[in-house]
Design a protein around this ligand. Sequence first.
Ligand code: FES
Length: 279
Amino acid sequence: MKIIAKEKIAENLTKFIIDSPLIAQKALPGQFIILMVNEKGERIPLTIVSTDKEQKSITIIFQEVGYTTKLLGTMEPGESLYSLVGPLGKPSPIKNYGKVIVLGGGVGIAELLPIARALKDAGCKVTSILGGRTAELVILKEQIKETSDDLYITTDDGTLGKKGLVTDPLKRLLEENKDYGLVFCVGPLPMMKAVADVTRKFKIKTLVCLNSIMIDGTGMCGGCRVTINGETKFTCVDGPDFDGHDVDFNELMTRQKRFIAHENNAMCKLQEKIKKEGL
Ligand code: FES
């Protein structure tokens, strides 16, 4: 559980390579880990971006958005995490779907990379669409390009690719040709909802990777519950991939906001600590 390497890949986005022989041996695309920075800390789920069986390590990329991810970002190579559990969740259903479109937004691009690679290795023709607020936040472009037959990029401010949303090229592609076996999307909830709304009209199978708030990661606490086609499911054991046309996104977006007050309080305390201790 020792951090072997650390790299800042964009503002607030950090990559860690972590020594983890057992997880490196077993993890499959789409699976995730839950880590704790310290004994009293929160547990956070993070997708395994890649594994290195020889180096016996896993790679994770995280966005420093809340208390725990900020604290994680202060850790340095040589330091050890308090705990690391995984691989968790069901692996993504990888097979040759023919032509596929994969979409990633923000840090979701890191989560998309292993899926895109696996789909390509399974024989799919992969069209990738990446999006972000601004050029710097469209990460891992080269790696995604290597695994794609076509790549489209959109940014909110037009600093890279076309100005607009990932749904713009998606709509265009589907209007030109409906012959896609799968659309796979990982990104912020509003983006996944928008993508599912587009593909619903074209009746194309669409998987989204949900990253809900998790506690135990074993299906026992109910913290990560989501409503799928009217039924309660647990993201940690039934997911993280679900049919995007069946997800109750509005309920999930409301649930994701329920700890905002606690989070803001914890962030203020952390910022004071960082200032005082110069972390
Ligand atoms: S994290 Fe507890 S049920 Fe999924």
